[in-house]
Design a protein around this ligand. Structure first.
Ligand code: AMP
Length: 356
């Protein structure tokens, strides 16, 4: 077998223990792999379906070394894993995707500069490292604008909207006075994402682009096919996503989120991993994002991203939505996925449901 191929029967290490890891582990199991989850949290939706679990902080060098010794390849389901942990693992094990994908995706500023360098167009932005920088950035970009922390932001967390310059103090305090990026508020009719999988050999497959609806900064719904206004921008967005994946020598799934602006796609952010806007691929595509991520990190050929139905819709079950499960199960055409999380909190991703 050629180098870098992990044959079925091997063990895939996953950093992070959430629902993305859970669905990766299920796809891996279907293909005959064992999964070993490494994560610090007490509750691990991925750990519940994995062969092995290491519950340890990401800076526990001994635990990382023991984990590396027991797996054939390491991947991640969460991009805020410390780069130092991934670098330490890379000394001892194959890590796919590599640290570069992680480093760029962890820092909104680096990400926007990187994507701009590849010909992408993010919303106009300025680096903000101090309260004074924020005033200067607001003078440049005007209002409304959005202040986003450079690091550790997700699902609308670490963000503050600034409707008028007088809101600057409140916004700066709201994000914890941390290094940030100020973005101009862009006008768009739709949000969409490009989901691609790139193999070890650089071969790339991509799914039809979903149109995404957010509520309170959190994904609520994804649907394919996207409306014509989005489809008209899909090729340009896809070409950019492929340039990003190639430039990172990315292996695995890469998700890039876009706004459909009046003059073409506006890059919002990327995730070097499987993504919530691709959950519909489990039933809605021949090969799901989870299967193709496993195939990619194991050095295998990628499966077909073709649709299995003319249209597919995925709705997230956020917080109390999870209590709707009896009604959803009563619909024989609803594919219900629950993540096995104990505590229900507003906005928490508890599960999702897909209709073909
Ligand atoms: P993000 O965490 O960057 O994906 O932002 C969460 C959501 O806020 C996005 O999905 C958009 O709905 C909205 N948003 C973020 N940035 C902008 C922007 N520059 N202009 C308008 N809306 C935005």
């Amino acid at each position: 077998m050629s180098q870098g191929v992990i044959a079925p029967g091997g063990t895939i290490g996953i950093l992070g223990g959430g629902q993305l890891g859970r669905m990766l582990a299920l796809a891996a199991a279907a293909m005959g792999y064992r999964v070993h989850v490494f994560a610090p949290e007490a509750e691990l939706p991925a750990g519940d379906v994995a062969a092995e679990v290491t519950r340890a902080p990401y800076d526990d060098a001994a635990a990382l070394a023991a984990f590396a010794a027991r797996v054939d390849v390491v991947t991640f389901e969460f991009e805020n894993v410390p780069v130092a942990a991934v670098a330490a693992l890379a000394q001892r094990a194959l890590v796919r995707p590599g640290a570069k994908s992680l480093e760029i995706a962890q820092d909104r500023l680096a990400e926007k500069r990187f994507v701009t360098g590849l010909g992408g167009r993010p919303a106009p932005f300025r680096a903000v490292d101090s309260r004074a920088d924020l005033d200067a950035a607001l003078a440049d970009l005007g209002t409304p604008a959005i202040l986003k922390t450079r690091r550790m932001g997700y699902d609308g967390k670490g963000q503050a909207r600034i409707l008028a310059a007088a809101d600057a103090d409140t916004a700066w305090a709201a994000i914890g006075e941390r290094p940030a990026v100020l973005e101009a508020f862009v006008a768009f009719e739709h949000e969409f994402s490009v989901l691609l999988a790139r193999g070890v050999d650089g071969a790339t497959v991509y799914w039809p682009v979903p149109v995404n609806a957010h509520e309170g900064g959190i994904l609520a719904m994804s649907q394919v096919p996207a409306p014509p206004a989005v489809q008209a921008q899909a090729d340009a967005a896809l070409a950019l996503a492929v340039r990003i994946a190639d430039a990172l020598d990315h292996v695995g799934v890469l998700a890039c989120e876009f706004f459909a602006g009046a003059d073409g796609p506006i890059f919002n952010e990327m995730a070097p991993r499987v993504h919530n806007s691709g959950h519909w691929t489990i039933e809605g595509a021949r090969a799901s994002q989870f299967e193709n991520h496993i195939r990619a990190v194991c050095g295998l050929p990628l499966g077909s991203p073709d649709l299995t139905a003319p249209s597919v819709r995925m709705r997230n079950l956020l917080g109390d939505d999870v209590h709707d499960w009896p009604a959803l199960l009563a619909d024989p055409h609803a594919h219900l996925h629950l993540y096995g999380k104990g505590e229900v909190k507003p906005g928490r991703k508890m599960g999702h449901v897909t209709w073909l």
